[in-house]
Design a protein around this ligand. Structure first.
Ligand SMILES: [Zn+2]
Length: 292
């Protein structure tokens, strides 16, 4: 079966044509302007999908909270204005006349990692993606745990600092306002405004900018504090951490070391591992939605 895996993010739409074994015959990244809103997104999506050769199914991984029953968007924040309520499955099935399944991007990435990546050996694991915010997914007994309304695992909005930084969810002190890549970049930019992304920060550290080391240590502690709570709650066999910044191998080691300092000793066999599918996790996870 030829399945089109589609990964809708805040800045790009990635599309890959996958077979049942997770092999990609094609993979392409299309840019679009998410700020133009949900309607624009859907127009672009239809245009980009139509550029691909024939396929039997479409799997969608998307930013926002998803109703997986009807494939609609329950809630999306201002990264994609007016996307909330979009009936993605209905629109795409009408347009392309093939079965469509829709999943939240963090869950899709976890499904991808579970089938084809770092999660393969494990039945119980958590996935966290560090980027603009922090996405999360819970895999228990090899199934996504969705919670009552299907929106479990908003790890980014655990409150780690009461009365702390304001968060775009309307609350304050959320984990992602301290431990996302954006939070690290914001701190680094106070030292040097040229440091606008994670890569630049690590380059500066490698070139001997010692001002950034304490800042990175503090950020690793913020990341690890959140993971510590999650480990104590779920007792997972592994935590898979992804997002562009985690491609810095040193960083995963730093987080692993810090977590092992912070957790109760009885939990210390938990594995902290790096997501291996990189920017293809969403597309492969989306394509795998049709497996069940
Ligand atoms: Zn929040």
């Amino acid at each position: 079966m030829k399945i089109l895996g589609v990964d809708i993010g805040g800045t790009a739409i990635k599309i890959g044509l996958a077979d049942d074994h997770g092999n990609l015959a094609s993979f392409r990244e299309y840019s679009y302007n998410s700020k133009l809103g949900g309607k624009h997104l859907v127009e672009k999506l239809i245009q980009f999908i139509a550029e691909n050769p024939s396929f039997d199914r479409i799997g969608i991984s998307t930013a926002g909270q998803v109703n997986v029953e009807d494939g609609s968007i329950l809630y999306a924040n201002d990264n994609i204005p007016r996307y909330t309520g979009t009936k993605l499955k209905e629109i795409l099935e009408r347009e392309f006349q093939v079965p469509v399944l829709v999943e939240n991007d963090a869950n899709a990435a976890a499904i991808g990692e579970g089938y084809f990546g770092g999660g393969k050996p494990y039945d119980d694991f958590l996935c966290l993606t560090f980027g603009t915010g922090i996405g999360g997914a819970i895999v228990l007994n090899s199934q996504i745990y969705r919670g009552y309304n299907g929106i479990a695992a908003e790890f980014g909005h655990m409150i780690t600092h009461p009365q702390g930084n304001p968060c775009n969810c309307g609350r304050s002190g959320c984990y992602e306002t301290y431990a996302s890549t954006t939070a690290l970049v914001r701190k680094a930019a106070e030292i040097d405004k040229e440091l606008t992304n994670g890569k630049a920060i690590f380059q500066a550290i490698d070139q001997g900018d010692t001002r950034l080391e304490p800042l990175l240590d503090d950020w690793v502690t913020e990341v690890s504090l959140g993971l510590t709570s999650l480990i104590h709650i779920f007792n997972p066999s592994a935590i898979i951490i992804g997002g562009g910044i985690m491609e810095q191998e040193k960083l995963v080691d730093m987080v692993d070391k810090k977590v092992k300092e912070l957790i109760m000793e009885s939990y210390s066999d938990v594995q902290i591992i790096r997501a291996v599918l990189g920017n293809k996790a969403g597309v492969l996870g989306a394509a795998s939605l049709h497996r069940n």
